[in-house]
Design a binder for this molecule. Structure first.
Ligand code: HMG
Ligand code: MG
Length: 303
């Protein structure tokens, strides 16, 4: 009998979201130069995609108010992609001015979260994205779209898989290149992941689907395995396990990049990422935080 893991993807793209999702919730003031050094260290670790910052309202996410400076000052390694979060046309113009080549828009599968996070209904957010995506496409920019609360909402509880499918489908119709399904508050479990993937994959090709786990309840790595078994080969992660969303009460850190790479390395799944160097990048930011890093691998490697 073939191994249960015989048909997993043999290569995975890890999308590093530490500088954006990781730092956006940090209360300690982190100097721009440290953020720039963090992004550069992550590039050197071999991460192929690094989400650098957000061009959102600076009063909504004060930690990322230096988005222009960070974007302008990072060293861009050839072959590495440096997307940023953009909520609307104003954010797009700012990103364009800072030399951005790739963007990510973001909405949700539940109305209350969309209202709190982006001050819009889901339908309004899609309307808002239309001109942004059109402008991005005229600049030959790649566009990712996040759908938050795919596995549960901090305000509404259960989220219907059909609601996720609808938003994801509409985003694809708007012309986005990739959809990242977010477990914003870290409630997902593997069977739920496999079931949602099966549903969404009927509409969206696996090459255009990513999974974005927060590890609030310790299920993120198990959820990755369920994603791999469903044919997904793009996973978001955050160095050190940094992360959380200010509009998602109780959302702990993202799945840690170190923990993900350790597991994928051990399973023989290639990522091109050097684990020791990710630890070095995490060490660089660790001294500027008012708490420790939650990545298990990081803790083991630095104890
Ligand atoms: P709004 O207040 O509805 O926007 O904000 P508005 O169009 O009514 O504008 C109001 C004022 O904001 C205006 O200023 C605009 O210029 C300004 P005024 O004319 O009054 O002086 N403004 C901006 N300024 C700078 N940059 C901008 C911008 N847009 C408007 N881009 C908005 C709507 C979405 C912009 C706001 O609610 C916002 O910025 N929210 C931030 C949300 C956020 O960053 N959340 C965290 C990221 S999402 C996440 O973490 C989830 C994810 O990781 C996946 C997962 O885990 O599920 C992606
Ligand atoms: Mg997130």
């Amino acid at each position: 009998m073939a191994s249960a893991f015989a048909s997993l993807p043999n290569r995975v793209t890890v999308v590093e979201v530490g500088p954006r999702d990781g730092l956006q919730n940090e209360s300690a003031s982190i100097p721009t130069a440290v953020k720039v050094a963090f992004v550069n260290a992550l590039s050197e670790a071999g991460l192929p995609v690094i989400e650098v910052t957000s061009f959102v309202r600076p009063d909504a996410i004060p930690q990322l108010a230096d988005a222009e400076d960070v974007m302008r000052e990072i060293e861009r390694r050839p072959g590495v992609r440096y997307p940023v979060l953009v909520p609307n046309l104003r954010g797009f113009e700012r990103a364009l001015g800072a030399g951005v080549h790739e963007i990510a828009v973001f909405t949700a599968a539940s109305e209350t979260f969309a209202a709190r996070n982006i001050n819009a209904t889901i339908a309004e957010s899609l309307e808002r994205f239309k001109p942004v995506i059109e402008r991005a496409k005229t600049q030959q920019m790649r566009v990712r779209a996040y759908v938050s609360t795919c596995f549960g909402c901090p305000y509404e509880g259960e989220v219907k898989p059909q609601a996720v499918l609808e938003v994801a489908g509409e985003l694809i119709d708007l012309g986005v290149d990739e959809i990242s399904l977010g477990d914003t508050i870290g409630v997902a479990t593997p069977r739920q992941v496999a079931d949602l993937c099966q549903l969404v994959l009927r509409r969206i090709d696996s090459g255009r689907l990513a999974l974005h786990f927060h590890d609030t309840r310790g299920t993120a790595l198990a959820n990755v395995v369920a994603g791999l078994q469903s044919g997904i080969a793009i996973f978001d992660a955050s160095a050190g396990g940094l992360g959380g969303c200010p509009y998602a009460p109780g959302a702990a850190g993202n799945l840690a990049t170190e923990d993900l790479i350790y597991m994928l390395d051990g399973m023989g799944i290639g990522t091109g990422v050097n684990l020791d160097r990710v630890v070095q990048a995490s060490l660089l930011i660790a001294g500027h935080l008012d708490h420790g890093l939650t990545s298990k691998y990081f803790q083991a490697a630095t104890s």
